[in-house]
Design a protein around this ligand. Structure first.
Ligand code: ARG
Ligand code: ZN
Length: 871
């Protein structure tokens, strides 16, 4: 039951106006819709029947056309759809449905989260509220009436502006909202609850006053000042950087505890997972602050890249998500350190998106088919989609890119469009031919680029030969060459930047346009044989290889003018050593290596002038997940052993340096989540993490003392994690006291749940089972489920246990959640889908669990992921 991009047809009917009335109640909620419909003049099917989408949880009570009650023989109900064969060209369809939000555990459509009602309609949640043309190219002007008990639900919200609020004859409160901007149903939202609010104002570029409101349950209202600040900074930034102004008189955000994803950009009424909105120094880590800032910006930016210009169909999802991720990454870079942000984003992409692209769910940024669209809110659509937009930015340059985005918004304002339309606007504004570039949208898989260089002393010419190839992926056996920007610089043997001439330009950095399978680039006026610094800033989402010597990597690591490539060279060095150690471990040998990292790391720790975040990023060894991604065959135990060995070796060799670095950066300041403080805490905690690997009494004392005296969650939680990971003598009592200190703060408790579930312990699975019985756990809350089962998935000794018990336990939970919350269940399958790459004994055990899941009666969500994994 897959649906295909090639089958796209314009809608046969349009809905000019949508009038909704919600009679909210704890037992049954009645939804009445009046849809002002007409045949679409653009449809070639002049007599097509009217087909409305619904859901298995929506009960139809009454259906009328132009106030004529349709008897059952004048319509059909099939597969949760209403089909009406005979319609006029223009009519008003009235539909009354009954739903039970309190029993909605899918968290799609209208549901309850703690004491409130809220909605999640993207992608296809609206059909769980009422029958509708639930597709993004049907855009309508919504008026929403909410009727509810005003004592229990004093706050009643929907999109747009509130037009009236009154009491009806039963004493219930009636609130009416109107959104003047036509929108698809996926952007509809409703919230009802007993909520607190903070209010602020923003004056737009053209001097319009916008009221800003953030709503939470009363115990969290002290944690949204940072979000409000981030919102105002986002609004200002979008005006300055993209010329985009906000368009309604009010912008609202609501925090809810039970939410499947991060947040949702509903027009004028964003709904957030509270984990992406709430922040306070004592309860939120620096990473948490940065996530809040990025997600607030992301959802706000959707107002233009998503809402004013939306997607024609769900195959175009990356049109709004890729572009909006690119915009939020640019924003975070401007607010903090650009190179640190780039390293973090690329490291995530190379770990998680590359793994997805090499696995059974590999798909193009514009997929050509899907069974369940919820499964396609992926790293490929979001992160690789953003890299595609970034490549356009690199190819066009800042000015032409801005002209292209202006043209895109102007040309398509109020429309539902495609990825082609986006690229076309960029091409038309810049005059740069992007026709070959478009292959990035249709071709899945991570391209490999190989580089070989040769220098001619006589002509002072450096020839760089680049070849590209993309490995086959599911349903795409052959791949064509892509057009990609490769940013390159040249260094001499002392690490000094060399100037060279390419295409008439003299510079230390050049952007090459690679678009053939094999291509030669000639750099002229190169004084001496160079070391190439390739793919600076990660200018294209590819796996690039070049046969560097260890010395060359060390030079790049310590001297490249491109900060990103300094980090990358350090990672490459570490990867080589870890791969040697992994091979030793797999052969059952005693691990031993002469680490070349020590000298560089020592220089790094001694150099006070460097950005502290960069130092700590360079110091951090490639993760278990990244090493798995680049392994031909994954041996989790060997990878863990190798990482631990190398970390301890470095820790012992540089014990004094780490201790000094810790002391030097352990300063007493009033907490602020600014880039400078964040980088200092990051380096301090990186140093503490190494230092603790020596198990010295001094380090143990430092960990305990930081845990007890910290006035912020970053330091407290870092100390706790280090204690757990190094089996500090006090770690158990630290875990206990952490829980009793924070048992009333759900988001902190989730961190505690995750830390315990991810712990490398012999009785790991027992602990996970106990956690799921703990008062702090709740199967209804996706954040808690992800904390425990996501934590479990990252533990080598528990999850990858050679008995297979870890896999079986996860499969049990997926089977339970498949019925309650298919979206969540489907996401939890990810670690099992990597079975093909695992070492043979584990691979078989994983496969068995996938087969067991597949033998159950499955939701579309879980079925798609599991069946494609086994195919
Ligand atoms: N559009 C939302 C975002 O900002 C994500 C919503 C995803 N919802 C879902 N049910 N898959 O990125
Ligand atoms: Zn988004």
């Amino acid at each position: 039951s897959a649906i295909y991009l090639k089958d796209y047809q314009v809608p046969a009917f349009l809905i000019d106006k949508t009038e909704l009335t919600f009679d909210l109640d704890e037992s049954v909620t009645i939804v009445t819709s009046r849809l002002h419909m007409r045949r679409n003049p653009k449809s070639k099917f002049r007599t097509a029947p009217l087909v409305l989408d619904g859901g298995e949880d929506v009960k139809l009570i009454a259906l009328a056309m132009d106030d004529y009650q349709l008897p059952p023989e004048e319509y059909r109900l099939r597969n949760h759809q209403i089909i009406i064969t005979a319609t006029a060209d223009e009519f008003v369809l009235t539909c009354e449905t009954l739903i039970e939000p309190q029993n909605n555990t899918r968290l799609e459509g209208l549901y309850r989260s703690s004491s409130m009602f809220c909605t999640q309609c993207e992608a296809e949640g609206f059909r769980h509220i009422t029958y509708y043309l639930d597709r993004p190219d049907v855009m309508s002007v919504f008026t929403t009436t909410i009727i509810a008990d005003g004592d229990k639900y004093p706050v009643l919200l929907s999109n747009g502006n509130e037009v009236s609020r009154s009491l009806n004859e039963e004493g219930k409160t009636v609130a009416v909202w109107h959104d003047p901007f036509p929108k698809p149903a996926y952007l509809f939202a409703l919230v009802a609850g007993n909520l607190e609010v903070i209010e602020d104002q923003f004056t737009t570029l053209s001097n319009r006053a916008v009221t800003l409101k953030i709503f939470t349950e009363s115990h969290n209202i002290d944690k949204v000042d940072y979000s409000m600040d981030a919102l105002k900074r986002s609004m200002k930034w979008d005006e300055e950087k993209y010329g985009r102004e906000y368009d309604l008189d009010i912008f609202m955000i609501v925090a809810v505890d039970d939410f499947n994803m991060g947040a949702m950009e509903n027009k004028g009424l964003n709904v957030f997972n509270s984990s992406c909105l709430l922040a306070s120094p004592k309860t939120t880590t620096d990473d948490g602050y940065q996530r809040v800032e990025a997600v607030v910006a992301h959802e706000y930016f959707h107002n233009w890249s998503g809402n004013r210009v939306t997607c024609r169909d769900w195959f175009q999802l990356s049109l709004k998500e890729g572009f909006t991720v690119f915009r939020d990454q640019q924003f975070s870079a401007d607010m903090n350190s650009p190179v640190v942000k780039r390293v973090e984003d690329v490291s995530f992409l190379k770990t998680a998106q590359f793994a997805e692209d090499a696995g059974p769910m590999s798909h193009p940024v514009r997929p050509s088919s899907f069974i369940e669209i919820s499964n396609f809110y992926t790293l490929t659509i979001y992160e690789k989609g953003s890299e595609i937009v970034r490549m356009i930015h690199t190819l066009l340059g800042e000015d032409s890119f801005r002209k292209g985005s202006d043209l895109y918004f102007e040309r398509h304002d109020g429309q539902a469009v495609t990825c082609d339309d986006f690229v076309q606007a960029m091409q038309d504004a810049s005059g740069i031919d992007l026709s070959q570039f478009k292959r990035w949208y249709s071709q899945a898989g991570t391209p490999r680029v190989e580089a070989v260089g040769s220098y001619d002393e006589v002509t002072k010419t450096y020839q760089l030969t680049l070849t590209q190839a993309t490995p086959p992926t599911a349903n795409q056996p052959t791949k064509l060459p892509l057009l990609m920007p490769i940013r390159v610089g040249l260094l001499d043997e002392n690490g000094k930047a060399l100037t060279s001439e390419l295409n008439g330009k003299n510079d230390t950095s050049h952007v090459l346009t690679l678009n053939l399978s094999e291509q030669v680039f000639e750099f002229k006026q190169v004084d001496t044989a160079p070391i190439p610094s390739l793919l600076r800033g990660f200018s294209a989402p590819v796996k690039l290889s070049y046969d560097y010597t260890v010395e060359q990597l060390s030079i790049l690591m310590s001297s490249d003018e491109d900060g990103f490539n300094r980090w990358n060279a350090a990672q490459e060095l570490a990867v080589r050593e870890l791969n040697t150690l992994i091979s030793q471990a797999r052969r059952g040998e005693v691990l031993s290596i002469e680490s070349q990292l020590l000298l560089g790391f020592k220089a790094l720790l001694d150099d006070q002038s460097l950005d502290k975040s960069m130092v700590s990023l360079i110091l951090s060894l490639p993760s278990q997940a990244y090493l798995s991604e680049i392994s031909e065959e994954v041996d989790p135990q060997a990878i863990k052993q190798a990482r631990t060995y190398l970390k301890q070796l470095i820790a012992r060799a540089l014990e004094q340096e780490f201790a000094n670095c810790y002391e030097a950066n352990n300063v007493d300041v009033d907490y602020s989540p600014d880039a400078q403080q964040i980088s200092q805490r990051q380096l301090k905690n990186a140093a503490l993490s190494y230092w603790s690997e020596t198990n010295s009494v001094a380090a143990e004392r430092a960990v305990l003392s930081q845990f007890q005296s910290a006035d912020n969650m970053t330091d407290q939680f870092s100390a706790l994690s280090i204690a757990v990971n190094t089996t500090h003598p006090e770690f158990q009592s630290m875990l206990d006291s952490f829980y009793s200190q924070w048992s009333h703060e759900a988001l902190v408790v989730n961190k505690w749940l995750m830390l315990i579930a991810a712990q490398e312990a012999d009785n790991g699975l027992e602990q996970v089972k106990q956690l799921m019985q703990h008062d702090a756990f709740d199967l209804k809350n996706p954040n808690k489920v992800r904390a425990v089962l996501g934590g479990l998935g990252s533990s080598v000794s528990t999850f990858h246990n050679e008995t297979g018990a870890g896999y079986a336990f996860l499969a049990d939970q997926i089977i339970v959640l498949n019925k309650r919350n298919p979206q969540l269940a489907s996401r939890l399958c990810t670690p099992l889908t990597r079975w093909r790459k695992m070492k043979p004994n584990l691979s078989v055990l994983m496969q068995k669990q996938l087969e067991r899941i597949l033998s159950e009666e499955l939701s579309k969500d879980v079925f798609e992921v599991v069946s494609k994994s086994l195919a």
